[in-house]
Design a protein. Structure first.
Lengths: 141, 229
């Protein structure tokens, strides 16, 4: 249901543009900062396990299939664990973040990382430290 | 009442950009003679004739400001006539010229690599219809910082959501220094460092300061230990 917290054991994927990746392709803090000009209330992510008990590659493909923008070849998906990320940020900052389900018409797995603002660049850096895997935004042929 | 009469050495790209704008019909400063230092660098000068008060202004190269000699009166000018001309350039030209200045910066051992990286980021947002342009003022402030801080290691550079430059130096989870450069001269920084009393702990802090005061204000956190070569 909209607004429900995601299970701690589950995972989310964040679409990271080229401009937020290191030269080695690692998502850095910029990838997890909110956009001031759009007055974003949460960081948009996709909930992987929404699509069921599939392999990581099948889950990622489901996320790609529901992505609402035209993906760029140079972009990446960064995957983090829900519970680890919430715990890490909340223990090491003054913010109390949560990750909730925010389904949209085009993306039923759409979710949001809430509890911080565009000014909290440190939160972006903390989330970047919890990335466990990185995947191409466009599936390799 | 003419208060300032100072010469300011200009690098070739800076002088040429001013001349190009002048050629388009803008009001030109009183430029002094130009001479070539070597094949790549020319020096020109301008003579400022700003009427404000009776005093002499000195140009401080390190801060890029003009300051009066007298202690009791202080008027700080940030912009030279050439800065004003530079401001009239289209953003694309400002960025192109800034990137050329990085590639030719003899203070940076990684000048070309950094210029290539910045161009790559610039072009990545240019190609994206969902994106605004790279912010020229942020780029200029970043270049100022990295040029005027001797011995900095090569940084990882990314763009923030608003396309400001964000540079970071991270050698371990507890040795992290990241700085976002605003267009207006502010630097927003994040530091992860070993705990002051317990090195097994990680101190995490963030703040905002002027770009020109960034190193001074973060010195107590000993960031130079892992940021410097």
């Amino acid at each position: 249901m909209k607004g429900d917290p995601l299970p701690n054991k589950d995972h989310i994927a964040r679409y990271c543009k080229f401009k937020s990746l290191s030269e080695a392709g690692q998502p850095l803090g910029s990838a997890f900062v909110l956009r001031e000009e759009r007055n974003e209330k949460y960081l948009s992510v996709s909930w992987l396990e929404y699509f069921g008990r599939l392999s990581i590659e099948e889950l990622l493909q489901a996320v790609r299939d529901h992505f609402s923008l035209i993906p760029k070849k140079s972009a990446r998906y960064a995957v983090v664990n829900v519970g680890d990320t919430i715990n890490y940020v909340n223990v090491n900052s003054e913010r109390k973040i949560k990750i909730t389900h925010e389904p949209s018409n085009s993306n039923p797995s759409h979710s949001g990382v809430r509890g911080y603002s565009y000014e909290d660049e440190m939160i972006g850096d903390l989330i970047a430290q919890k990335v466990i895997s990185i995947h191409p935004a466009i599936a390799p042929r | 009442m003419v208060i300032s009469s100072a010469e300011h050495d200009l690098e070739d790209w800076e002088f040429q950009s001013a001349r190009e704008v002048c050629a388009e019909g803008a009001t030109c400063p009183n430029s002094e003679g130009v001479h070539f230092v070597d094949d790549e660098v020319a020096q020109g000068g301008w003579r400022a004739t700003t009427i404000r008060a009776e005093a002499t202004l000195n140009y401080d190269v390190s801060s890029g400001t003009y300051q009066m000699d007298q202690d009791d009166v202080e008027i700080v000018f940030v912009n030279s006539p050439f800065d004003e001309l530079y401001e009239r350039l289209p953003d694309k030209d400002k960025i192109d010229r800034s990137l050329v200045s990085v590639s030719q910066n003899t203070k940076l051992s990684y000048a070309q690599r950094l210029a290539d990286r910045l161009r790559e980021l610039y072009e990545s947002v240019l190609d994206d219809p969902d994106e605004g342009p790279l912010t020229p003022g942020s780029l200029i402030n970043f270049i100022y910082f990295i040029s005027e801080t001797p011995g900095l290691k090569y940084p990882e550079v990314t763009l923030t959501p608003t396309n400001e430059i964000r540079a970071q130096w991270t050698t371990a989870p507890n040795r992290h220094f990241a700085v976002s450069f605003s267009s207006f001269g502010d630097a927003r920084f994040v530091i992860f460092k070993p705990g002051s009393n317990d090195p097994d702990r990680i101190d995490r802090l963030s703040g905002i300061t002027a770009v020109s005061a960034l190193i001074e204000n973060t010195k107590p956190y000993r960031v130079l230990e892992w940021v410097s070569e």
